[in-house]
Ligand binder design. Sequence first.
Ligand SMILES: Cc1cc2nc3c(=O)[nH]c(=O)nc-3n(C[C@H](O)[C@H](O)[C@H](O)COP(=O)(O)OP(=O)(O)OC[C@H]3O[C@@H](n4cnc5c(N)ncnc54)[C@H](O)[C@@H]3O)c2cc1C
Length: 280
Amino acid sequence: MGCLQTGGTALGFDGIVQLPLTEKTDMTTDSVFLRFALPKGQKLGLRAGEHVYLVLPDSSGIPVLRPFTPVGESDETVDFVIKIYRPNEKFPQGGEMSQLMGKMIVGQVIECRGPYGRLSYIGSSHFRIANQADGRGKAEKKVVSFVNFVCGGTGITPVIPILKAISKEPVECAPRVRVVVANHTPADILCADMLEDCCNHPNIEVYHAISRANHAHQIGVGPSVPVTGRITVDMLSRNLYLPTPQGPTLNLVCGPAKFMTLAYEHLHELGHTSASIREF
Ligand SMILES: Cc1cc2nc3c(=O)[nH]c(=O)nc-3n(C[C@H](O)[C@H](O)[C@H](O)COP(=O)(O)OP(=O)(O)OC[C@H]3O[C@@H](n4cnc5c(N)ncnc54)[C@H](O)[C@@H]3O)c2cc1C
């Protein structure tokens, strides 16, 4: 396989499409796999790393929309893994959209808008970084040698299509990738099986930061590595690529707002420049 193979960039639909739910499977007590049918002969056509907005009406009919990243797409279907934020003491209402999606029944239709995202992987260590959130406008092409992903909770989902694309590339074409994924317990890890598959590629390393330390030992079924505790500068310095003259490094962060702030701070402390830190 040569190094010039790149991902497709054609958009297969024009902004908005209605997708009927065809399959729903509980993955854990608070995450669900949803498969939707695509319109005949059409694909979402997202580049790896891009996302869509999914829209459902709330109980008063008011549209609720949130960004989501498909974790798989075939000629006929598109798949999402959704973490459901149920009500608890700290969040008595829970999450609005995730609960609506968790209650979806087969045959129900969801509106899908997109594609969105400034950043996508086009193959052979090349990223496309646009100056608009919908991926349009002026875009720069960046060739990188090293990629760090720092993800909290559902922030792993935009990373999965990029890892899948890189995991199919020959070693000499693919960038060197390190992923730190932060969760409370191993049961909270979304797409754990896909991550294990991807880190069979020699260039991809995955480290799980498990904040509730007594659970960390439960990971270890595949090649990914458990690291006890929350993300700290010290932990990231051991599990991410540091700035190096050996080639450019791209740092990608995704997760809840507080997690992102912390990730930015830590990456700066490690010597990474603002220009090298991006979000989806
Ligand atoms: C680019 C991108 C791609 C994404 N892709 C996916 C994806 O593929 N799959 C996915 O599941 N999510 C994904 N997300 C997250 C998603 O967009 C929503 O933020 C998430 O589903 C929560 O929305 P909500 O309406 O349920 O919560 P909201 O009503 O918006 O609640 C706001 C916040 O309150 C907090 N909260 C509420 N209840 C709880 C609880 N029980 N425990 C802890 N915190 C709580 C959470 O921090 C939650 O985000 C993605 C986000 C981005 C930015």
